[in-house]
Ligand binder design. Sequence first.
Ligand SMILES: Nc1ncnc2c1ncn2[C@@H]1O[C@H](COP(=O)(O)OP(=O)(O)OP(=O)(O)O)[C@@H](O)[C@H]1O
Ligand SMILES: CC(=O)C(=O)O
Length: 578
Amino acid sequence: MDQSTAVRSVGGSAVLSIGSTSGRLKASLAKLKASNLPAKFFPEQNRHRCRRSSPVVKVVNLLSPFNTSVLPVTPEDVPKVEEKFEQHNGIQQFGEVSTGVWSKPNVRRKTKIVCTIGPSTNTKEMIWKLAETGMNVARLNMSHGDHASHQKVIDLVKEYNFQNRDNVIAIMLDTKGPEVRSGDLPQPIYLQSGDEFTFTIKRGVGNESCVSVNYDDFVSDVDTGDMLLVDGGMMSFLVKSKTEDSVKCEVVDGGELKSRRHLNVRGKSATLPSITDKDWDDIKFGVDNKIDYYAVSFVKDAKVVHELKDYLRSCGADIHVIVKIESADSIPNLYSIVSASDGAMVARGDLGAELPIEEVPLLQEEIIRLCRSMGKAVIVATNMLESMIVHPTPTRAEVSDIAIAVREGSDAVMLSGETAHGKYPLKAVKVMHTVALRTEATIVGGEKPTNLGQAFKNHTSEMFAYHATMMSNTLGTSIVVFTRTGFMAILLSHYRPCGTIFAFTDQEIVRQRLALYQGICPIYLQFSEDAEKTFIEALSYLQKQGMVKEGEQVALVQSGRQPIWRSQSTHNIQIRKV
Ligand SMILES: Nc1ncnc2c1ncn2[C@@H]1O[C@H](COP(=O)(O)OP(=O)(O)OP(=O)(O)O)[C@@H](O)[C@H]1O
Ligand SMILES: CC(=O)C(=O)O
């Protein structure tokens, strides 16, 4: 077996591919000399670390007609794959095209994909297709739609999870938060630089020169000289003067102003509570529907996270909280906010509106580093494939953006408008999958994030996770872990082992939750009283699905907060032959 399960079938086709490439191609590949690439790409020089194939081998593989592991990116190729979906009358037939779980993109890729569900994707057919193409988490944006429309999506995702025991999609409810939005307009207004335009707190105004704003303190929060941004900067307005109920502006960057657009004041957060009355109503809706994650918008301090967690405890809801870092006020409190939560989202849209745009990449890196060191999940969001809302191929800069987020170590990357209302939702997921998979193949694994030891305060589990990772990296094995709470699987994920973490759980809620975490393939299994019987069943499942081969070794981990079969004091890692 190739040492990295994430790339094993790709690695296997290297020799064949060289033989099948044209002379011109061979000549260009010859130019890709090892000496021209950074030493860290070459595993021979990092023997003590994870063994990976070099990018040169991967380039050959990408170009090979025999390669089936890396999905195509070109517009010519992608429709062929989508056509394949169309050939099947009825989405249930997906199972028939699959040749075991290993063929699924969700298993081979480590970095997870969050897809926002909207008008382009809120049908049964599209949710099934998204799931089969690589979606790991379905995001419901509560700024749009009503409970009935979100209920339909939740029910469909649950139906998918129920019918597909070998794949799982988590559900994330993203709160609207204290968003300031302009009101309805009968039709879009075209504004040019230098035009005058007024925003008013009077209700129901929408004409060529003035529109309502949904926030009563808007006038008092804004000062003359402030810059107002629409949709994160798509249009901008300079505040010239204000009255009791209106703010008069000059258009700086013009464009088309549509209904219900998002407004930010550069450098300022609205003086509204992070969780509004509407959000509490939506949070209750999430509790009733047993969703997996809340993404909480515009969190400014840890207090609000504690408040939400207290509420969830009081109703016995086991839902994890992801804080969205998007408010200027959140930055000084970053450590305490992340510490109180289960993870963070780098919400680059609003972050880049409230703070200078050049701060966004630096903050992204810092937030990822902080989350990794604290053992928290981290998602990079917004504009990742923005051009694919209307075009079938991404810009090269967008491809690089995904690669950077993967290299920086994010657990997940997110699609917003691309899947919510874009023209090419499946292609966008496919591109994200391919870029992430390709980038992961060049990452040297097993680098322990600093300070992780202090994050978990459970030194035995911590030590076992660390050593299981080192052992599996050295031997080139996958990791098999049994978990009732998800704790040990999450801990292992934070050490970023090279092989896949097959996390067996007898709790459906844990199976769903683990879908967000880097490198984890969650699998439901009813645990037997007899540990050995359960291990055999798990390994036989993996073998049947093509995830491990006969004779291959796996690292089997029995550790964590709650003992399943072991007595309190025994923890162990076994290396087993399948
Ligand atoms: N549930 C939904 N129902 C209807 N439209 C939706 C839904 N979810 C998303 N959309 C549409 O997809 C767009 C992109 O989704 P996204 O989650 O990025 O929204 P957003 O961050 O609130 O952005 P915006 O400020 O542009 O609304 C939204 O602006 C909206 O037009
Ligand atoms: C995702 C989101 O809310 C943002 O980027 O602002």
